[in-house]
Design a binder for this molecule. Structure first.
Ligand code: 6R9
Length: 636
């Protein structure tokens, strides 16, 4: 399962393409199955229908917990670093984590959760979040984690889409010097969620919360009622493990579905190989610190499942990189002797701005590998990370992947693949990328660019979008028949190295978060007086992309009102989606550039937002070319 040299990578890659089934069957032997699979793979990309390890039975928590007890029961599984560095942290060994997961799984059962039920989790980054996720998996309930920054409306939409029966939350969350009310946001959401029968509330901030009789129960009280004996539910390899909502170019977020067997194999295989994690054998377990939130796929695969299925030590950090000061990541690295740090370009860029003072007063010599994920990393950030954090002795793995892919698809293997700044380099074994032009024709050879697709399934690929398989087909498999379309543009250079250039659809990537332009427009359009809006991305020094909104109101706000109206619109977007979707810039306009068929020409709006107003290209097909001059004159 473990690749140690570039030659071994080449051999593994070749085998994975020539005989994918044999390749993945061999990898999957490294896990604990209750019953072996009878057929390794069945697939087509037309329906689509992808099944891995057919007939295999397992429980992912037996792989993440039980099987480690004999050999590494006393090794830390989770190290938790609280928001406030002066608060005591928590270290959970595999034995302790196993015990707590079993207990909480019994709490879920006590509250009526059975195999196949959906459970929504809206929690701070505390160990209990990982415990909740694993407890669901233990009893075969399907978790749907909603990032703690989403609004009540977003929670409600997700709960209703999946018809969740139970919500797990906390009274509040600490983030930097802020206290965020989670339970009261859940309360607002639940006004419109008839499927929810129970809410389990963890105590964290001990802010006053309303607790509804018959519906709301305290985590701590419930725990007193259960034992630590909870045998794992036997799951089919293709049973659903979780749903995770993600934004696309149209409409509401989709519930991406991952299943038990393939996802487990893929998350653990990529974790061990990409980061070259040491500690599975005789060596002491390395400390792995992924700074993502468990509310995103990166946290699912590389805080919880990948590391734990590999017997690793995973560090969970509750806070933000700039609290109490901009040296927090380096403080944590020093304090816990972090060996592998996995973070996002947006965090690196924001920390770069503070200079080196808070880097240099920490000992970073424990670091061995650095990772990057979520968005393209620019050359300047890459070098800053390499020079100042890795001191030019830690390989950087720029890992490209998506919620839909379950795990990393294109990335260097740490210390094995020669890196090149801004390049995700080469596909992992089992991954067959292909570049196509607009018509779906393959672009062969090197030194070319195109739309990035995959021509063969890997075990971690999404199986469907919850409750709407047709939407899955339409979104990912219909643009280029026979291929999985990623939505990303990509360059393959002369060495055959891949560089992801960004989304080619109407999806923005703001600070590593995926946000659909249509979603933001819908939210803006809900604001009173707004007639129409168009949202585009523009380059932003720290966030990667910023959100630029062009808004038509029924009455053009007078100068003295414009600022207030903008702030009101931001409040509406915050309420409808969450603060992460707030536009950075709002420009009031009287019209939008539209074609005669009524389509907004986003290309022009993008150029204006980028400040590139010199050459807007062909505007002759516009219904009203004069509108462009007005927009250009008022650009912010
Ligand atoms: C894991 C994750 C997926 C989108 C993806 C792409 C962008 C992620 C990247 C990257 C360039 C990288 N992306 N990693 N772009 N280089 N190393 O982020 O999942 O939230 O679903 O976002 O993020 O555009 O399509 P998700």
């Amino acid at each position: 399962m473990r690749i140690r040299t570039f030659d071994e990578y080449k051999t593994a890659y070749q085998k994975s393409v020539e005989d994918p089934e044999a390749f993945w069957a061999e990898v999957a032997q490294n896990f604990q199955w209750r019953k072996p699979w009878t057929k390794t793979l069945q697939w087509n990309f037309t329906e689509p229908n992808v099944k891995w390890f057919i007939g295999g039975k397992l429980n992912i928590t037996e792989n993440c917990l039980d099987r480690h007890l004999a050999e590494r029961g006393d090794q830390p599984a989770i190290i938790w670093e609280p928001n406030d560095p002066n608060e005591a942290g928590v270290t959970l060994t595999y034995r302790m984590l196993h015990d707590q997961v079993c207990r909480f799984a019994n709490v879920l059962k006590r509250n009526g959760v059975v195999k196949g039920d959906r459970v929504c989790i809206y929690m701070p980054m505390v160990p209990e979040l990982a415990i909740s996720v694993l407890a669901c998996a233990r009893i075969g309930a399907i978790h749907s984690v909603v990032f703690g920054g989403f609004s009540a409306q977003s929670i409600a939409d997700r709960i209703n889409d999946a018809q969740c029966k139970v919500v797990i939350t906390a009274d509040g969350a600490y983030r930097g010097n802020k206290e965020i009310p989670l339970k009261s946001t859940v309360d607002d959401a639940l006004i419109g969620c008839p499927s929810v029968e129970k809410v389990i509330v963890l105590t964290r901030t001990r802010t006053p919360v309303s607790m509804l009789k018959g519906r709301d129960v305290w985590w701590e009280q419930e725990l007193k009622q259960v034992t630590a004996d909870c045998p794992a539910e036997e799951m089919d390899a293709e049973d659903m493990l979780f749903i995770l909502y993600t934004s696309g170019s149209t409409g509401k977020p989709k519930g991406v579905v991952h299943t038990c067997g393939g996802y487990m194999v893929y998350a653990a295989y990529t974790f061990q190989n990409v980061f070259q994690y040491e500690g599975a054998g005789d060596t002491a377990a390395q400390v792995f610190f992924c700074t993502a939130d468990i509310g995103w796929i990166t946290g699912h695969s590389y805080i919880v499942y990948g590391p734990l299925a590999s017997g690793a030590t995973s560090l969970i950090f509750e806070g933000v990189p700039t609290y109490p000061d901009c040296g927090r990541f380096w403080d944590i690295t020093d304090k816990h002797k972090v060996n592998i740090l996995y973070t996002a370009p947006t965090a690196i860029r924001s920390l770069m701005g503070f200079g080196l003072e808070k880097v240099e007063n920490h000992d970073l010599s424990s670091l061995k590998v650095l990772g990057s994920v979520g968005e393209p990393i620019n050359e300047e950030a890459w070098h800053w990370y390499d020079d100042n954090i890795g001191k030019n002795r830690c390989p950087i793995v720029d890992t490209w992947w998506q919620t839909e892919t379950g795990g990393i698809l294109i990335s260097p293997l740490a210390g094995i693949t020669k890196t090149k700044p801004t390049f995700a380099t080469l596909p992992l074994p089992g991954i067959q990328p292909i570049l196509v032009d607009e018509n779906g024709k393959e672009i062969e050879g090197n030194g070319v660019s195109g739309n990035l697709c995959m021509k063969f399934p890997w075990p971690g690929i999404l199986r469907t979008t919850y409750g709407d398989h047709e939407r899955c087909r339409q979104t990912y498999f219909a643009t280029y028949p026979g291929l999985y379309f990623t939505g990303d543009g990509c360059l393959r250079d002369e060495d055959g190295y891949y560089r992801i250039t960004g989304r080619v659809d109407d999806v923005l990537n703001v600070s590593g978060h995926r946000i659909g332009t249509a979603e933001v427009e819908n939210a803006i359009n809900m604001h009173t007086g707004v007639v129409e809006s168009a949202v585009v991305g523009y380059p932003h020094d720290i966030k990667g992309q910023g959100i630029y909104a062009y808004v038509i109101t029924d009455q053009m706000p007078a100068d003295h009102d414009a600022d207030l109206t903008k702030r009101d619109i931001l409040a509406t977007v915050s309420r409808v989606i969450g603060p992460i979707a707030k536009p950075d810039k709002i420009q009031f306009v009287t019209g939008l550039p539209k074609t005669r068929s009524g389509k907004i020409m986003r290309r022009i709006l993008r150029k204006i937002a980028e400040g590139d107003t010199g050459n807007l290209g062909d505007t002759s097909t516009l219904l009203d070319p004069a509108v462009v001059d007005e927009i250009r004159a008022g650009a912010i």
